[in-house]
Design a protein around this ligand. Structure first.
Ligand SMILES: Cc1cc2nc3c(=O)[nH]c(=O)nc-3n(C[C@H](O)[C@H](O)[C@H](O)COP(=O)(O)O)c2cc1C
Length: 350
């Protein structure tokens, strides 16, 4: 059982202040490319109505050359608070993109300075900015000048183990006008391997005045509390822990506000959510939504006898009805037999 210390409760009892934007939750849903579209955020927000959420990252250069906004930038007028995340290395294009993001309804604009993917870093974006701190600062200054809403940065602790420069980098971001920084406690070289080094988040918190959000390896209420206690961070951001589990942000938020842990969801409850997710993606994006739903469906199908078979079937669905039928059959089976935990919990590849 996890306990919420009075010190932690008191420390987090005030709203998170991102510049002039106040957020009544210290738990944030991270930007996840290919995942955090409007549909996914709607599910997360059902359990975490006050949390800050992020769109998938949007390419600022791409935005410069198109008339119509990409679907990943779409924001529901009722979803608040919402941040639109941008990536690029050109200050002018990022400033222009930020203005479009604000026009679309963004409460804050976040700049991605952490993405490790080659396609992004070889063009100077994402985590490669950690190696160009002056350019990164210029980007922040340029975006801050272009928009009224707070500008934030999400980054890693360095390029490699030998080049951990997050303290100097974070200070530069604050000096350039960033109103919050999220630190993923891994280097670019680590990708998503090894564990997040939360001790660096603690060091960043010591040297900055703006809010610092801890990110990396938050998979449960317990890890969230441990990260907050160890780092002194102003909040935490959930990422892979929310894949197939859009309840995580809400569960942690509820715990931090009340000190009570919600009971874990049953496989049937998770499959019911999967069903709704599939249906919503289909309604929103048609057949493309169904193809995107395959990976989500496999993430939901874990932790009960027969889950591996179900995952195999859901990973190749051709249309929405096939997916809904498979899920309905699994739900009926689980309801009839009671569910049993899988003998060997299997790792689901991302
Ligand atoms: C599938 C996937 C997509 C991601 N997309 C983004 C993104 O668009 N923008 C971003 O800043 N980080 C992105 N990330 C990184 C996460 O937001 C987060 O920083 C990272 O997964 C570490 O947290 P975790 O260990 O809790 O997963 C992505 C990660 C994954 C696994």
């Amino acid at each position: 059982m996890v306990t919420l210390s009075p010190e932690l409760k008191a420390r987090l009892s005030q709203p998170l202040k991102i510049g002039h934007v106040e957020v009544n939750s210290r738990v944030l849903q991270s930007p996840l490319s290919g995942v955090t579209d409007l549909v996914f955020r709607r599910l997360v927000r059902r359990y975490a109505p006050e949390s800050m959420m992020y769109t998938e990252m949007v390419n600022a250069t791409g935005l410069h050359y198109v008339k119509q906004l990409p679907i990943i930038m779409e924001v529901d007028p009722n979803e608040r608070p919402i941040s639109i995340q941008l990536f690029d290395c050109r200050p002018d294009f990022l400033a222009e993109a930020a203005q479009k993001a604000v026009a679309e309804g963004a409460d804050t604009v976040d700049i991605n300075m952490g993405c490790p993917v080659n396609k992004i870093t070889k063009n100077g974006g994402g985590s490669s900015l950690l190696r160009q701190p002056e350019l990164a600062a210029e980007i922040v200054r340029s975006v801050v000048e272009a928009v009224e809403v707070p500008v934030t940065v999400k980054t890693r602790i360095g390029w490699t183990e030998k080049e951990i420069n997050i303290l100097d980098f974070a200070r530069r971001m604050e000096d350039a006008g960033a109103k919050m920084i999220t630190v993923h406690g891994r280097t670019r070289a680590q990708g998503y391997n090894g564990s997040a080094k939360w001790e660096w988040i603690a060091k960043v918190k010591e040297v900055l005045s703006i809010p610092v959000i801890g990110n990396g390896d938050i998979f449960s209420v317990e890890s969230a509390v441990r990260c907050l206690e160890l780092t002194g961070a102003d909040g935490i951001m959930c990422s892979r822990g929310t894949l197939g589990y859009p309840f995580l942000v809400g569960e942690i938020d509820h715990f931090l506000k009340t000190g009570e842990e919600k009971p874990p969801l049953t496989p049937v409850e998770r499959l019911e959510c999967a069903r709704e997710h599939l249906q919503m993606l289909w309604e929103y994006k048609g057949d493309r939504g169904v193809r995107q739903a395959r990976k989500h469906m496999t993430w939901y199908s874990k932790g009960f006898m027969g889950a591996a078979d179900l995952r195999g079937q859901l990973s190749v669905i051709e249309n929405v009805h096939q997916g809904l039928d498979l899920i309905d059959t699994a739900i009926t089976r689980l309801n009839q037999s009671g569910w049993q935990v899988e003998a060997e919990p299997e790792l689901v590849a991302l």
